[in-house]
Design a protein around this ligand. Structure first.
Ligand SMILES: Cc1ncc(COP(=O)(O)O)c(C=O)c1O
Length: 384
């Protein structure tokens, strides 16, 4: 038997352990909570559950102007539209989920890729200014894995150039910052409530707007631009969240503190086990930030670890530990973006390296710590 086969035999889990698992209320609680929806027969269009969830999401994050959506991607499409950016360039990063870049494309805007910082994978303000041209209309940074962008650095540059800032905040539900609510920053921030996220409505999302007037525009745009029975004010889209999703959201919001606490315990255990291990680097922690444990990225330096990220990924999979290579490929690798001048690998050395080296390990609130230990044992056993 080869060394790899023996290792797989020793460490293989009986069942697949996925990178995440959604927290769910009991089916009984869900059906009970749906009763008023059934009785009223009001399934969509800002029903009672939608209204309540919208207010509670805003209050939970210490912001005033939240608008619920059917998913984070449509939320971002509308967020961009709401700022009236009709053409030109938007500076963003390639180390993200495809939706970030695609929403620019769908708005006929040209993405300009800026490199990331090596310690937390977010937009590097030191490299931002060189991406700004006379065609730049906005900046779209991404809060990656639950870590926050250098918002002060980015916003200072945006202010100097008179540019709005839209944050892709899909990963930061529940992240706290002693300096104030992260979602209150910029012109809009966009959350995702997809099934893979810390807080889920199955599919869903929200735009957090900087003021009431912008929220009104967003609410109009997400409902076809309809302002009244006989009045359509703008060419909007259907971005509404249904009552079924909003009801699931209400129940999940009741349990979200427990989910966050569970994730933080898992995060702590990973940190205890993996910090300082040769060849591995964990996401840097920032003072004053309470993390949400959305993801557990680990950077694997192939030379120091003795095995590449891809080898680790494949062997862990063979052991039923289903890790994910978020974010490989980079958005700048996709055929339809790779010819952009800013997509050249030499423009994006840190993003290219992160795409080669980062692996996301399983994390969710109900993940038991002995299982976390088994993942860590396996990872460390793989070291060459
Ligand atoms: C960084 C990022 N942006 C945007 C999205 C899109 O959100 P949704 O799936 O809710 O459309 C996701 C995830 O799904 C994401 O991870």
């Amino acid at each position: 038997m080869s060394g790899r086969d023996a290792l797989i035999q020793q460490h293989r889990l009986p069942e697949p352990l996925y990178v995440t698992r959604p927290a769910l209320p009991s089916l009984e609680a869900y059906t009970e909570r749906l009763r008023p929806v059934w009785e009223k027969r009001w399934l969509a269009n800002a029903g009672d559950a939608h209204q309540e969830l919208e207010q509670r999401i805003a209050a939970f994050h210490g912001v005033e102007h939240a608008s619920l959506f059917c998913n984070g991607t449509i939320a971002m499409l509308v967020g961009i539209q709401s700022l009236g950016i009709a053409s030109g360039e938007v500076v963003t990063t390639p180390f993200t989920f495809p939706a970030t870049t695609h929403t620019l494309f769908w708005n006929r805007l040209t993405p300009v890729f800026c490199d990331i910082k090596p310690d937390d994978y977010t937009m590097d303000p030191a490299k931002l200014e060189r991406s700004i041209t006379r065609e730049t209309r906005a900046i779209l940074p991404v809060h990656v894995y639950g870590g926050l962008c250098d918002m002060d650095g980015i916003e200072a540059i945006a202010k100097r150039h008179g540019l709005p800032v839209l944050y892709d905040a899909a990963h930061i539900f529940g992240v706290r910052d002693v300096n104030g609510p992260p979602l209150a920053r910029g012109d809009v921030s966009v959350l995702s409530f997809h099934a893979t996220k810390v807080f889920t409505t199955a599919e869903g999302g929200a735009v957090i707007a900087r003021d009431a007037a912008l929220k009104r525009r967003i609410d109009l745009l997400k409902n076809f631009g309809i302002a009244g029975e006989e009045q359509v004010l703008s060419p909007g889209i259907n971005g509404k969240m249904s009552e079924l999703n909003a009801t699931l959201g209400l129940l999940n919001l009741d349990g979200v503190e427990a989910e966050l606490e569970g994730r933080r315990a898992v995060l702590r255990r990973y940190r205890e086990r993996l910090t300082g291990e040769r060849g591995l680097t964990l996401l840097s922690e920032h003072r004053g930030i309470t993390p949400n444990g959305a993801y557990m990225p680990v950077r694997i330096d192939a030379a120091a670890f003795g095995r590449s990220r891809d080898e680790v990924h494949e062997t862990m999979r063979a052991c039923n530990v289903i890790t994910r290579k978020y974010f490989f490929p980079l958005c700048s690798h996709f055929d339809f973006y790779r010819d952009l001048p800013s997509a050249r690998p030499e423009n994006l050395p840190e993003a290219e390296r992160a795409a080669r080296e980062v692996l996301c390990l399983p994390i969710y609130g109900a993940l038991e710590l002995p299982l976390v230990d088994r993942v860590c044992d396996l990872l460390l056993a793989l070291r060459g």
